[in-house]
Design a protein around this ligand. Sequence first.
Ligand SMILES: NC(=O)c1ccc[n+]([C@@H]2O[C@H](COP(=O)([O-])OP(=O)(O)OC[C@H]3O[C@@H](n4cnc5c(N)ncnc54)[C@H](OP(=O)(O)O)[C@@H]3O)[C@@H](O)[C@H]2O)c1
Length: 360
Amino acid sequence: MNLLGQFDAEVCGKEIRDDSNFQWRVARAPQGSLQPDDFSWVESPVTEPGACEVLLKTLYLGLAPVMRMYMQGGAAAGEVPLRPGDLIHGRGVAQVIKSRHPHWREGDLVQGQIGWQTYKVSAMTPAEKMFRVHLHGLPALYACKTLGMTGLSAHAGLFACGEPRADDTLVLSGAAGGVGSIVSQLAANVAGCRVIGIAGGPEKCDLVGQQGCVAAIDYKSDDLQQRLKDLCPHGIDCYFDNVGGETLATVLEHLAHRARIVLCGSISEYAREQPFGLTNYTRLRSKDARMQGFFVYNHLDRWETVMAELAGWIHDGRLRPRHDVTAGFQNMPKALARLYAGLNQGAAICDVRGEPESSL
Ligand SMILES: NC(=O)c1ccc[n+]([C@@H]2O[C@H](COP(=O)([O-])OP(=O)(O)OC[C@H]3O[C@@H](n4cnc5c(N)ncnc54)[C@H](OP(=O)(O)O)[C@@H]3O)[C@@H](O)[C@H]2O)c1
């Protein structure tokens, strides 16, 4: 069944060429589930770089749940809220194809805030958070998410906030997604935790089992309360939360003494009109537990160290990145909608110049 078939018709007739810049912009603030009419397709000439600027050609763009929040004009940390007509924010990997900048040469690879477009002229300012890509012997695709903000989020959230210890029982939600698939492997294979993953559907639960988890819980069909009781008889030492809402509330009923809860994301709440009102946060008190949020942009000072560490774990087999690649820039709106429909497995990436598929 093609769950997002309404996006396929919108792709027809849209082709990207090298002689123009193609963009996806906000057409209107999304309400409820994402729709093709929330996005507008714009073609414009490719601009020449000025003094101290470069022309970038986009290779890969990452998809992230937060993009929908940007489109809604909400106060999403780190980037300017968007209004109808604005270019949609998006980080990815690009190549310098013309340079009038003293520090960048043609051919250099860049990771940063490119936006949903096929070319970008950039002064490479700190506001764009551009990083030189060091591939560490890995394909350029890896620099889009695993050796990018997704990898940094997983690393910072797990190690700096979660402080995992060997033999901890660590539970995570969104376990088959981009951040989650990295966290589960690092928690199991680097920190030595006993990891239990929560994900939607049997296929994703199978996948979670291949990522170092000793057990998987299907939140769509299992009794989460009962499964946590059975699987965590001594309580949960660390919970890495990607989804918020009812799942977080249920986990709070199963904490171990001095448990740590990492607030990474709350995707179950992003499309709701009213946020979920968490009432049982007081469970932290009786367990001397703590709940700590983090924002990836506050951890950028450790970029090089973390990327080198992640690359090392990929090379020694402790981290096997899973990429969910959509081919063709035309399919960006559908690729974002896939996250909210739970269709992605691993880190969601658009191969901008890949051959678009008729049905994803
Ligand atoms: N704090 C930070 O700095 C930071 C940085 C990056 C990301 N994040 C957050 O981390 C989380 C994961 O991001 P990601 O980029 O790795 O996305 P992702 O996990 O690859 O994709 C989103 C996944 O969320 C699940 N989902 C969708 N709707 C849901 C719902 N209503 N209830 C429960 N689960 C739902 C789906 O998996 P299932 O099929 O399993 O439901 C979907 O595959 C997001 O909440 C994101 O906002 C935070």
